[in-house]
Design a protein around this ligand. Structure first.
Ligand SMILES: O=C[C@H](O)[C@H](O)[C@H](O)COP(=O)(O)O
Length: 228
């Protein structure tokens, strides 16, 4: 698949997400909006509806900037309370709708905003759907002074950790990417990594997976619901 084909699939799922939420928008609705190239297309598709809902909570400073540029009001999560819907992309998603996220380093804020939402709609092109998570390196956000310690602990878990040089998250932290291990039990691994001192959070979204997947394929957008 060319990168142009992939962009077209991302655009198709972004538009499908707008159709999905359109009928749920009320004057007081505050949406949660994730981060990344697929979400950027979602923001573009959402912009014409800006007067039909109150605004959005952003999961990154980049998303906040794009929402404002689209004329969509941005709310502080502490003021917004519970959100009806959160729309975000993924780096990988499995058939239980557990995900790896954080390729763009926005994982911690994404996890917080997702936790506040009643429904998580994942928008992804077909390449993101996998049988087992872990082909995409798993990001871990760490407090800078703990980086080497966390990396050593990750080696004990069987990963090959690589410091993402030059990247500072919106929270002022650093990222370690974990290579070389497919993940058998995503929930257990999410919990286990988060127990390590100095870890802010990791990019496994298994305890709070997606509720709906809009998957872009050459045959059109598939609307998939997990078997839970
Ligand atoms: O930190 C980034 C986020 O988790 C994104 O949702 C993820 O990387 C997917 O991004 P994209 O839509 O660009 O593939």
């Amino acid at each position: 698949m060319t990168s142009q084909d992939q962009s077209e699939l991302k655009r198709a799922v972004a538009q499908a997400a707008v159709q999905e939420i359109r009928s749920k928008l009320r004057r007081d609705t505050v949406l949660g909006v994730g981060s990344g190239s697929t979400v950027n297309l979602f923001i573009e598709a959402l912009a014409p509806l800006r007067d039909d809902f109150a605004g959005a909570v952003a999961s990154s400073t980049e998303t906040e900037r794009r929402l404002r540029a689209a004329g969509i009001e941005v709310f502080d999560l502490n003021q917004a309370g519970t959100l009806s819907v959160y729309v975000d992309g993924a780096d990988e998603i499995d058939h239980d709708f557990a995900m790896i996220k954080g390729g763009g380093a926005a994982l911690t804020r994404e996890k917080i905003v997702a936790a506040c939402a009643k429904e998580f709609i994942c928008i992804a092109d077909g390449s993101k759907l996998v049988r087992q998570l872990g082909g995409f390196p798993l990001p871990v956000e760490v407090i800078p002074m703990a980086r080497s310690y966390v990396a050593r602990e990750m080696v004990k878990l069987g990963f090959s950790p690589v410091y993402r040089q030059g990247v500072v998250t919106d929270n002022g932290h650093q990222i370690i990417d974990l290579f070389d291990q497919l993940i058998d039990d995503a929930r257990e691994m999410e919990t286990r990594i988060n127990q390590i001192a100095g870890v802010v959070t990791n990019g496994l979204f298994a305890h709070r997976g997606a509720d709906l997947l809009l998957l872009g394929t050459a045959e059109g957008v598939q609307r998939l619901i997990p078997e839970r």
